[in-house]
Write a protein that binds this ligand. Structure first.
Ligand SMILES: CC(C)(COP(=O)(O)OP(=O)(O)OC[C@H]1O[C@@H](n2cnc3c(N)ncnc32)[C@H](O)[C@@H]1OP(=O)(O)O)[C@@H](O)C(=O)NCCC(=O)NCCS
Length: 168
């Protein structure tokens, strides 16, 4: 079952994020890694900034989450995390497709350049990497992240964004 996360899910969301984020350890630049990867204050800030989290629940237990955030004229898909023990069972894919079906605006996703599995995952679902210059511009425009994170990130865009970017 996919449902919107509530305040009651905060602790379990925090736990899923930091369990799944261990995939980044030794992969993303060392100066970007810290434990916990996402402290509670940061998760709280993201929710307060308008990231709406949806969760995949099985047997009454939340095992994967994904956030969406409308920013200016686009929607960002943020913070996709599935419990490590449950990877490769199609949960992330189901969450992504569910959220995508509910989104009318162009969709952008940012992730670590080194997280090749995540890039492949999004590409399988129809997203395409934008050029390095475009990535810098988009991250500045729609995200609030440190410069160093911009240098080490990539941005993927859906077909609505590619079409839209040719019109404007
Ligand atoms: C990225 C992430 C959210 C994907 O979630 P997931 O539930 O593992 O995703 P899926 O199972 O839908 O897809 C992952 C792979 O499993 C495969 N798969 C899907 N259903 C499957 C099934 N029933 N049996 C076997 N493999 C399956 C998919 O084809 C996909 O393969 P690919 O990586 O070669 O494209 C998850 O791996 C994760 O939390 N990673 C760590 C954090 C991260 O990188 N987050 C993204 C940052 S933006």
């Amino acid at each position: 079952m996919i449902r919107r996360c509530t305040e009651d899910d905060f602790e379990i969301m925090y736990s899923i994020i930091n369990d799944a984020a261990t995939a980044y350890k030794g992969v993303i630049p060392e100066d970007r890694w810290h434990e916990p990867y996402m402290p509670k204050e940061e998760l709280r800030r993201e929710i307060d900034a308008g990231v709406v989290f949806w969760g995949y629940e099985e047997g009454g237990e939340l095992i994967g989450i994904m956030g969406i955030q409308d920013v200016q004229e686009v929607t960002l898909f943020r913070h996709a995390y599935v419990r490590t023990s449950m990877h490769n069972h199609g949960i992330g894919g189901r969450l992504l497709e569910f959220l995508y079906d509910r989104t009318k605006r162009p969709v952008l996703i940012g992730t670590w350049a080194a997280a090749v599995w995540a890039v492949r995952f999004y590409e399988k679902h129809g997203f395409r990497l934008v050029t390095a210059d475009e990535k810098d511009r988009l991250l500045r425009k729609y995200w609030s992240i440190p410069k160093r994170q911009t240098e080490t990130s990539v941005v993927l865009a859906d077909k609505k964004w590619w079409k839209w970017s040719q019109i404007i």
